[in-house]
Design a protein around this ligand. Structure first.
Ligand SMILES: Cc1cc2nc3c(=O)[nH]c(=O)nc-3n(C[C@H](O)[C@H](O)[C@H](O)COP(=O)(O)OP(=O)(O)OC[C@H]3O[C@@H](n4cnc5c(N)ncnc54)[C@H](O)[C@@H]3O)c2cc1C
Length: 466
């Protein structure tokens, strides 16, 4: 029996998160059959793990227009576009209904363990591009399966591979051994068992992004509540504190994202958290009563803490892509053409030029990393970026290059310019290089007005080329 022509094969999409499900919708729009493989028991499995966290984007910014068109005939109504879903809402009221309408095309409990070219490992050139892709899958029931595909869209995100506490990007000495008192997620303080773990305790929060801001705000709320007296945060930062440390505040075009930074600042100003700056965790030791002592590369040892929350970002799992010829940036592990547009050493304004299949392509034709995973280790990925990426990729796979190249994307700016600057000068002002605005002034904590002033340094119309 003749093998089906490659073009008759499905496109395998790895991951049934927002980007993966949107990819399936756009492939169907292009007349191509998708097969979505999701490791978790349900669609949106990763998003459900942060169900308790409210997004800083509104419903209007996290629903893919093409998906909405597919859902509408089913009687689905989009929630009020101006309101903010939680992760749980996003999964329940959008991702799950979308997976349901996609039906058999979404298989859950299906973990992709390897992707390659049929009969060709990474070395072999011989008519390589004429071969379909092979995808190895481990099913939750223990079965293994080998699938063939005409193209592969990896939308598996980075949620499963959080970065460690160690200041050098490696797990700190003793970090694994102290796992019973360390989490890499924003804790759900509405869960009584979790709440008891942090109430009245001293907790270190390591990291300086939206998730760290959220954790600091949650701990401050706990400290202000009846059952949270004595709750204290210790905010560990690798750099000094300056105008952009708390994000863009009112200048952020995503007000809820700006508010996160201001809430973190308030937590520090109100004394619910102490900021420890220029601290790179080298070791996590356990003292006599089991509490944890963070030791810094500079020899500093912090007072013991009861718990540690590590929110230092994410990194892509590339282990199952080892047989493919990927072109990834050495810093970010993002596609080489996309990386310069999102490099936090250069950019923090949150905007990214419209990009699509060309920026997401690799030496291996027919494979694309999209969604959160396309950003590699870079922060600032937004769902609407993923939706435009997959629209372009699906058109490219269908050969509709005119539509694939017509990428449109306008992203809300953070109101912060200049990039993250050099990490190893804790008290240096940001903006060593990076995009457009002048470096913000260092701000003394406890003087709320200052942050506003720093944010006002941003030139009208935000930053980066606008
Ligand atoms: C706490 C938090 C808040 C955020 N808030 C916002 C916001 O307000 N606005 C915004 O625009 N963005 C936000 N984001 C960023 C981003 O939009 C989300 O992370 C979004 O979920 C990314 O979608 P994704 O489909 O790329 O990845 P994910 O949602 O992570 O989905 C990937 C899926 O792939 C599955 N998977 C992983 N490995 C495999 C494998 N080997 N085989 C099969 N399946 C696999 C996972 O189980 C998961 O379900 C937030 C992110 C976080 C973590």
């Amino acid at each position: 029996m003749n093998a089906p022509a490659t073009t008759e094969l499905p496109v395998v999409v790895i991951g049934a998160g927002p980007a993966g499900l949107a990819a399936a919708v756009h492939l169907i729009d292009q007349g191509i059959e998708p097969l979505v493989l999701e490791a978790g028991p349900t669609a949106g499995a990763a998003v459900r793990e942060w169900a308790h966290v409210r997004l800083f984007s509104t419903w209007g910014e996290v629903v893919d227009p093409a998906a909405e068109k597919l859902l509408a005939p089913t009687g689905w109504t989009r929630p009020d576009p101006a309101t903010y879903p939680s992760g749980g809402d996003w999964a329940e009221f959008y991702l799950q209904p979308l997976a349901d309408v996609l039906g058999e095309r979404v298989r859950t409990g299906a973990t992709v363990t390897g992707v390659s070219r049929a009969g060709r490992d990474r070395i072999v050139d011989a008519d390589r591009e004429q071969q379909p892709f092979v995808v190895h899958v481990a099913h939750a029931d223990g079965r293994e399966e080998r699938l063939v595909a005409r193209a592969v869209i990896d939308a598996s995100g980075t949620w499963a591979t959080p970065s460690p506490a160690g200041g050098s990007g490696l797990p700190a000495l003793g970090e694994k051994a102290a796992a019973d008192r360390i989490t890499y997620r924003v804790p759900d303080l509405k869960d009584p068992a979790v709440r008891a773990r942090y109430a009245g305790k001293r907790t270190a929060v390591i990291g300086s992004g939206a998730s760290a801001f959220t954790a600091l705000a949650y701990l401050a709320d706990l400290a202000k509540s009846d059952d949270g007296a004595g709750t204290k945060g210790v905010w560990i930062l690798r750099r000094g504190i300056s105008g952009s440390t708390f994000g863009g505040g009112e200048a952020d075009q995503l007000p809820a994202r700006g508010a996160l930074g201001l809430a973190a600042k308030a937590a520090v100003d109100e004394g619910h958290a102490d900021a420890v700056t220029g601290f790179r965790t080298e070791a996590i030791e356990r003292d006599t009563d089991g509490r944890l002592v963070l030791a810094g590369e500079d020899g500093r040892r912090l007072d013991p803490v009861d718990e540690v929350i590590v929110l230092t970002g994410f990194r892509p799992d590339l282990t199952f892509l080892g047989e493919l010829r990927l072109g990834l940036d050495e810093r970010l592990q993002a596609p080489v053409a996309l990386a310069p547009l999102i490099d936090p050493n250069q950019h923090s304004c949150g905007t990214v030029y419209p990009h699509g299949h060309r920026e997401l392509s690799h030496p291996e034709p027919g494979v694309y990393l999209v969604g959160m995973k396309s950003y590699g280790r870079a922060p600032t990925f937004l769902a609407m970026t993923g939706y435009e990426q997959v629209r372009s990729v699906a058109a490219a796979i269908a050969g509709d290059l005119e539509s694939a190249d017509r990428v449109e994307l306008t992203l809300p700016e953070t109101g912060v310019c200049g990039g993250a600057g050099l990490f190893d000068t804790p008290d240096a002002a940001e903006g060593d290089g990076g995009c457009c605005a002048p470096a913000p002034q260092l701000v003394q904590l406890g003087a709320p007005a200052q942050v506003g002033a720093a944010a006002e340094q941003v030139p009208a119309g935000g930053c980066c080329g606008s």
